[in-house]
Design a protein around this ligand. Sequence first.
Ligand code: ATP
Ligand code: PRP
Ligand code: NIO
Length: 493
Amino acid sequence: MALTDATRPTDVALNTDLYELTMAQGFWESGLADAEGCFNVFFRDAPFGGGYAVACGMGQIADLVENFVFEDDAIEYLAGVQAPGGGPMFKEGFLRYLRDFRMRVSVWAVPEGELVFPREPMVRVEGPLIDCQLLETALLNLVNFQTLVATKTARVVHAAEGHPVSDFGLRRAQGPDGGLAVARASYIGGASSTSNVLAGKIYGIPVFGTHAHSWVMAFPTELDAFRAFARTSPKNCVLLLDTYDVHQGIRNAITVAKEMEQAGERLAAIRIDSGDLAKLSKETRAAFDEAGLDYVKISVSNDLDEYTIQSLFAQGAPIDSFGVGTKLATCDPQPSLGGVYKLSATRATPDDPWDPVIKLSEMAYKRTIPGVQHIRRYYDEAGCPMGDMIVDDSAAGDDDATIVDVLDELTTYDVSGGTPRELMEQLVEKGARTKEPDTIEQAKSRCREALMHLDPSVRRFLNPQIYPVGLERGLARLRSDLARAELRDSGRR
Ligand SMILES: Nc1ncnc2c1ncn2[C@@H]1O[C@H](COP(=O)(O)OP(=O)(O)OP(=O)(O)O)[C@@H](O)[C@H]1O
Ligand SMILES: O=P(O)(O)OC[C@H]1O[C@H](OP(=O)(O)OP(=O)(O)O)[C@H](O)[C@@H]1O
Ligand SMILES: O=C(O)c1cccnc1
């Protein structure tokens, strides 16, 4: 079985929910296939009770769009799908249409590694309704999970205070593609390495590993096991101390470290994977320092997350690096981001002006933002973000320094004096990439920079402040006019 990353399975176009295809058939049949839509991907709440998210997955969108084709065997499969009421689900004419189908969308997105906040567009897709609809599920699948993982990792790395964090999550990840996505997104979010070898090959992420308890158990004694590991991996020797008893492990590791010195090698580190990690790391540090082995680093693992790591440092634990698996790969305690894909403007043909649309809901919280939206982020003199203004150029008024809160029109934020920068960049024009995606290293350093400049009050874990996000005044007016008109009309319907 060949395994590739999520954007390049052979049947990328079938990696979708059935309803996207039945709606596409409906658009095709009703003559609406060429009418255009503008869709935005956004989430309503920052994950993990935090104040921000790290945009991720955008670097794979151009691949997704360009590889979105229905191969012969995909068409053959669709031809055989039966409707529950009997007969084929898809018509022959529609299948012929799909056989020649190529995505014609244009896509703008927040660059990978940038910070994003609730309700602002992370990705904007414009193009024929049928294309936009066909793209929905695969696009959300790409950015929702990776944004969540990158955000979780950014939190864990923040707690680790600059000490390296390695992604150990593959064995607990949501399947093979999930493991790859975790490795990629966690590296962008700040992890230093991954234990996932395939992710190393595909993405060029540094790989890292120690050894398991089973290695120690496979030898007559722990000392034999440590010596054998030092012999086989002298240049990357990390010894796991807690198979039997950490104190015995410390003594045996010191013996082997001394033997390595005599052979001209150095024990790189030890790992502790159970028990009181604060107490044991202090005891280990003291014993190794006492033995003149202050260069040997201490690495820990065992169900870690941002809170345990923060607590370990609060207890003065002299830990140098962390392996974080289960809680990172599964994004504990919030397994999904909840990003949605909503229509915000339509037009009958590409030559018409956009007609902004709004979806009202009984819950004000779920009301959408109309228009062809982009984001203007304002920065202060130190380069720190002050607030994000969602703008639709065709609706824009002339006051450009006020942001109107998305949920409460009476709340405004003044960003005068700030320097605006367009946040979203174009990735795809009518189905073809307009630029090569950033490298994973560029995305990673963008994330590091952005987090460094984020106000600590927004970054903290407990009760973070809300970062200002809202509408440009003209767009806010347009939204309330549309909402009023919609309420009037729905009364008549
Ligand atoms: N000093 C500490 N302060 C806070 N949390 C800690 C501390 N030491 C360990 N932990 C965390 O407590 C949790 C449980 O640790 P515990 O000591 O019960 O592990 P264990 O049961 O010995 O390990 P295992 O069951 O995996 O063999 C883990 O998430 C671990 O990371
Ligand atoms: O704890 P995590 O953050 O998921 O990190 C990965 C874990 O995977 C390995 O053990 P495994 O879970 O296979 O067995 P163990 O819990 O019995 O050590 C390793 O020793 C870590 O404990
Ligand atoms: O290399 C390790 O120590 C490792 C890798 C994955 C999971 N647990 C540990």
